[in-house]
Structures are given as structure tokens and as C-alpha cells.
Design a protein around this ligand. Structure first.
Ligand code: AMP
Length: 172
């Protein structure tokens, strides 16, 4: 293990092809390319309704993972985009439309990053139950590095959005 690593949290999603298989492939690539180093904590898989008002598409499967990385935030983003491309993601899918794989950096240590192509913590994390639920599963006490607010509290504030999410029997 390199001496300088930081703990990162990634959000994973897919709703085209075989979503569970796509997420498994993504995790396998993150491991094989040593983008995320062991030990890796994996959340359960969740079936979640399409977000952003585009209802005419399949439900998503979402998950989260945490682990150490030796990469910088920009290097990590580039590595994730590479995997997305290799798993069949086209460069410009319809916004919030069907996608074979979506890999997001939710958190990168305690860092706050605000650049044109990269925002950490992920800009929509606190308003999306499909991102918060798996995140809170792997780290119940996790708090937002910018506001100090616990993600579990953000999740509770979303109310019935959680009720529409189904925990799956399949695992990553
Ligand atoms: P999306 O289509 O929703 O997956 O958005 C992808 C784009 O969001 C990428 O090209 C990134 O440049 C940008 N982006 C900004 N912040 C993040 C983040 N924390 N994780 C992943 N992508 C990000």
C-alpha cells in the first residue's frame, strides 16, 4: 500500500443492460486497476426509481463503496470515466437518462473540491436517497465535510423517498 492514500466513497448506478452485472464489473475493474485499494467496504444493492423527473426508463440499481486511493481527485475522476467508457457508457447520455454505468465520487477524505468538472462532496448527495442510503449503510455516522451535517440526518429529512427504494437480495 502506498504511504499516501485517502479514504474515498464512490456511488455506483446502472439502469441499462444487466445493471447488477455492470456494477459487479465496475467493482472488479476498480480492484484490478488498483484505483481503490483493499480493504473495500461494499454496500447492499438497492433498486431505486429513476430520478430527475424522467420516469420513462427502467429503475436503477445503486450501491456505494469505500476504500483507499493513492490517486488525486482528478486522477480518480479520469479513472472512473475510463471504466465507464470501457463498460459501454457513451460520452453524452441524456441527462438523467438510461445508462449502463455511472460512477460518482461522493467523498474524497475530508476534501472540498470545487472545479468546473469536479465537485466534492458530490453536488447532489444530500438530496438523493439513492446515494445516501447505501452510503449511510457502510458508514452510519458519516457527516458532510463542508456542513458537518450527518448524512443519516439528511436521509431522514427526505421522508417518503426512502420508502420507494428496495434493498435487493443480490450482493456485489
Ligand atoms: P453524470 O452524467 O451525472 O454522471 O455527470 C458526469 C460529469 O459530472 C462528469 O463528467 C464530471 O466532470 C462531473 N462531476 C462533477 N463532480 C463529480 C463527482 N463528484 N463525481 C463524478 N463526476 C463529477
Amino acid at each position: 500500500v502506498p504511504d499516501r492514500t485517502e479514504k474515498v466513497y464512490l456511488g455506483l448506478g446502472a439502469n441499462a443492460g444487466d445493471p447488477v452485472e455492470q456494477l459487479r464489473k465496475a467493482v472488479a475493474e476498480l480492484r484490478a486497476r488498483r484505483i481503490i485499494l483493499e480493504p473495500i467496504a461494499l454496500s447492499s444493492l438497492y433498486r431505486t426509481p429513476p430520478w430527475g423527473g424522467i420516469g420513462d426508463q427502467p429503475w436503477f440499481v445503486n450501491a456505494a463503496l469505500s476504500g483507499a486511493t493513492a490517486l488525486s481527485p482528478q486522477e480518480l475522476l479520469a479513472a472512473l470515466k475510463q471504466i465507464e467508457g470501457d463498460l459501454g457508457r457513451k460520452p453524452a447520455p441524456r441527462r438523467w437518462g438510461p445508462r449502463p454505468i455511472d460512477l460518482d465520487i461522493l467523498l474524497f477524505g475530508q476534501r472540498i473540491v470545487r472545479t468546473p468538472n469536479l465537485t466534492i462532496p458530490h453536488p447532489h448527495i444530500t438530496e438523493r436517497a439513492f446515494a445516501l442510503l447505501p452510503l449511510v449503510e457502510i458508514e452510519p455516522l458519516l457527516a458532510d465535510p463542508a456542513t458537518g451535517r450527518r448524512y443519516a440526518d439528511c436521509l431522514a429529512a427526505l421522508g417518503d423517498e426512502i420508502a420507494r427504494i428496495e434493498k435487493m437480495k443480490d450482493e456485489l
